[in-house]
Design a protein around this ligand. Structure first.
Ligand code: BGC
Length: 560
């Protein structure tokens, strides 16, 4: 079967996930983690700032030599026929590039500090509002933060065993794994990753799922060398988008997030659609469970450390899961579960404050990101935290300063003016630059954007990255604190399994979350400790498939 995208196939062994909490575990990875930023963003342009740019560009082109306050670097003019023509200007070829002055930079820093800093008091207000929202989601169906019962009943025993397939459709890659659960918290993983193209994220939903099925088939046949004569393996499908579930192998996509926009799938049962792809393409696997990455992370982390009570993902998107008891889920009362029956809840907290925008201190940059996204009004909390958006906040601030004539006068800035051109990974790089001269930042600006910078500017950029990264970490802490407070975990303390590129790769992210928890709760906040989670979408999905199988064998199968 020919694949639309080729697998990332450099063989490596034992890379990937050296899970410290489970010393006996091993990961056999025959794929390469590209961790690429390339899969960003579905639709942009047309936002408020974008329109201003177009107007100013025209203004400066028509009115001759630029003044301070007008854009001089580059721009686009429209021909009478309506075709865009890009121009680049430099007013004085012989002069040094004018750069921002020290005093201006100090003033700007103060301005952005006050825009992006969250005080402990403000955080406590946000925590309170999130907690109320989480409660509402448990009361009734159809709330903004949907608090989805996942039909994962209680914690794993740690003794789940067997071979399971796991398929993980996240924000950037598609990953296929064979997980061999060996009991005693041990496991072995063989995996392959496939790159998703921007087009695939926007093409027909069934076609996207067919592609997932083709990759799975390719993995089963070519990597595992299995044939139709081998017994069918159970499959856990980690589909990390909000899906309301009526049972474990069902999930109606409420809405796409993270820039996906594939039509004909929102409002449909993704599990049934995927099962039909498997059948049509004759793939030797049986869909047992549809799970969210946070639920998988919760279960996988608890499998190796039973003190883990909450799981969070801070990656391309952001979200959390925790274990609730059925008695606290009024909207499920008709199902008739025992009040103390555990039920993992996929919060989908990224949707907090969507549409109403009453609680979060959104800046104009957040508003531009929202309004120019393919889902305006939605995922407000996520859009201020997640890796998909942080680089864009930084870029929009720089564009504002280019427009006001404070930065890069006379330089060609067109590369920086492209929406989502400034990847969040650049912020990580800037924050971790170890040199006095900030050579990494020189590299980022000159290599990727063809822009020269002074040391003062680079120091400013780094500070700006710190502000944006810290705001994201402090908002993330508000979400964790809301669950801690709701579940009364503060007195005893608990571990929080955390995963995602932001948590794993952004310097100081975890420390900042911990500091914010102390700002919110005082010294007791130190009892809430995040740690790098187990592989939720691979191992977690397999454990859930195993738990489901065991449950079904006991005749415990619940429909909403
Ligand atoms: C999705 C969640 C997911 C999170 C992290 C969000 O955009 O709505 O389902 O858990 O991203 O991947």
């Amino acid at each position: 079967m020919e694949l639309a995208s080729s697998p990332l196939s450099t063989p490596t062994t034992g890379g990937g996930i050296p899970r410290t909490a489970s010393p006996g575990s091993q990961v056999l990875d025959n794929g390469t983690n590209i961790g690429s930023a390339s899969g960003r963003k579905a639709s942009f342009g047309g936002g408020a700032l974008g329109q201003n740019f177009a107007m100013e560009r025209r203004g400066s082109a028509e009115s001759g030599p630029a003044r301070r306050g007008s854009r001089r670097g580059s721009g686009v003019v429209m021909t009478p026929g309506g075709a865009p023509v890009v121009y680049h200007t430099r007013t004085d070829e012989d002069r040094e590039f004018p750069h921002a002055e020290k005093k201006t930079i100090a003033d700007l820093l103060r301005k952005y500090e006050s825009l992006l800093t969250l005080t402990p008091q403000r955080m406590r207000m946000i925590v309170h509002a999130i907690e109320e929202t989480l409660d509402k989601g448990l009361q009734k169906d159809g709330q903004i933060v949907p608090m989805i019962p996942t039909f994962v009943f209680g914690w794993p025993t740690g003794e789940e065993v067997g071979e399971y397939l796991a398929l993980d459709l996240g924000g950037t890659n598609l990953r296929v794994c064979l997980v061999d659960l060996q009991g005693h918290g041990k496991f072995e993983v063989t995996q392959t990753k496939y790159r998703l193209t921007e087009e695939q994220k926007q093409e027909d939903g069934q076609k996207l799922l067919d592609f997932c099925a083709e990759c799975l088939d390719n993995f089963i046949t070519n990597t595992l060398g299995r044939t139709e004569n081998d017994p069918m393996l159970p499959l856990g499908f980690t589909f990390s988008y909000p899906c309301s579930q009526l049972r474990i192998d069902h999930g109606e996509l409420i809405r796409w997030t993270k820039g996906f926009g594939a039509p004909n799938i929102e409002g449909h049962d993704v599990a049934a659609m995927f099962a039909s792809s498997l059948k049509r393409l004759n793939v030797n696997a049986e869909l047992t469970a549809l799970i969210n990455d946070t639920t998988g992370t919760l279960i996988a982390s608890n499998y190796v450390d039973p003190n883990t009570k909450i799981a969070v993902i801070f990656g391309t998107g952001c979200n959390a899961a925790y274990m609730e008891t059925a008695g606290n889920i009024p909207k499920m009362s008709s199902v008739g579960l025992e009040a103390d029956q555990g039920m993992a809840i996929n919060c989908e907290w990224g949707a907090f404050d969507s549409f109403d925008h009453q609680h979060l201190p959104r800046t104009k940059y957040d508003i531009i990101i929202d309004e120019s996204s393919n889902k305006p009004g939605e995922q407000s909390f996520e859009k201020m935290i997640a890796g998909l958006y942080l680089g864009e906040v930084f870029r929009l601030i720089l564009c504002e300063l280019i427009d006001s004539g404070d930065l890069f006068l006379g330089q060609n800035t067109y590369k920086l003016e492209k929406a989502y051109a400034f990847d969040t990974a650049f912020l990580s790089l800037m924050e971790s630059d170890p040199t006095d001269e900030l050579l990494t930042i020189i590299g980022v600006f000159s290599h990727f954007f063809g822009i020269e910078t002074t040391l003062e500017e680079r120091q400013f950029f780094r500070q700006l990255a710190v502000l944006i990264g810290t705001r994201a970490a402090r908002l993330s802490a508000c979400g964790i604190a809301a669950i801690v407070s709701k579940k009364g975990y503060l007195e005893k303390g608990c571990a929080v399994g955390a995963d995602g590129s932001l948590y794993n790769k952004y310097p100081n992210f975890a420390n900042r979350v911990h500091a914010a928890l102390v700002d919110i709760f005082g010294e007791k906040g130190k009892r809430i400790v995040t740690h790098h989670a187990e592989d939720g979408s691979g191992v977690g999905s397999a454990i859930i498939a195993a738990m489901t199988k065991a449950r079904k064998e006991k005749g415990f199968y619940v429909d909403y």
